[in-house]
Design a protein around this ligand. Sequence first.
Ligand code: PLP
Length: 363
Amino acid sequence: MKIMPNRLDRGFYMYQEEFEAKALEVLRSGWYVLGREVEAFEEEFAAYTGAKYCVGLASGLDALWLAFRVLGIGAGDEVIVQANTYIASVMGITINGATPVFVEPDEYFNMDADKIEEKITERTKAILVVHLYGQASNMAPIMEICRKHKLRLVEDCAQSHGACFDGKMTGTFGDIGCFSFYPSKNLGGFGDGGAIVTEDERIAADMKMYRNYGSERRYYNKVVGANSRLDEMQAGLLRVRLSHMKELTEERRSLAGNYTEGIHNPKLLLPKVREHGDSVWHQYVIRCEERQKLIDYLDGQEIGTIIHYPIPPHLSEAYSSLGYGRGSFPITEHYADTVLSIPMYNGMTKEEQERVIEALNRF
Ligand SMILES: *Cc1c(COP(=O)(O)O)cnc(C)c1O
């Protein structure tokens, strides 16, 4: 049997009865968008992160672009973001007409805090920090830079549900924390979904207005908003998964621990976890200079892998107008050429993991 890089069905069968009961409950309720399930989820997810407010949205990308919209960041403004991120982070900035300014990553795949200040200009309005692969970014120096230069801070937590820096949950450091509940995320739904968390009542209220065509009162539209409502089915199913997040995260930590202990092949570089931070292991990302050989070899052993991500945003066709080329961000490009995500998912069996570890050690 082929071992896939991810198995969403396993995550379903772990709590099948609860998911099915909730789905029926929502179907029979006669209320399908912005109702009791969404309200309850918002309350529970805010409590889970330790934030004051949560607003459910239709996707992680919406959370990102609406965050900058609500903060009033747009044309003529610059937002600092790490160069080695998923392209949605960058789109969240550019949809508003703002300009992304890229910073190289550190050895933990997150924004290198030592390289931020050299990028700040009088146009810089915000930093977008991405807790990539589930690991918390180096928040202490980043918070200090934001204070010193009076910058807004937005967090892309699409991969970091539950990850902490100094015991504080990612998403609660900045003005707005942005989450995705796309099925493959650590807290995943059964379709698209997203949310923001914030301490600021005004931001939460604005976000609720923007997600519903810019209206606070029905048919009275204050701004040009979006249709970015979380639906009752996703919210209900997410509540089921959220109630098990502690054990789901522990399982990922234990799987990651097995990999770190079990893999000893000098050709493979294993991921490291920073001091003060932790990881919820959205991905277990190794690096290999002979990556294509490794992929082909693992494929021959019926083990699937994925590259997160083969083309960094600055080299993507979508952003050719920014004028970057190969060599613009060498560390990011080197990561893009060498990273490989090995199978990691809730419900992975001991036998499956042992097969992956053995294969990697034989390579
Ligand atoms: C998945 C993801 C997003 C986008 O979330 P969607 O719900 O797919 O729109 C944004 N940023 C990062 C880092 C992601 O992994």
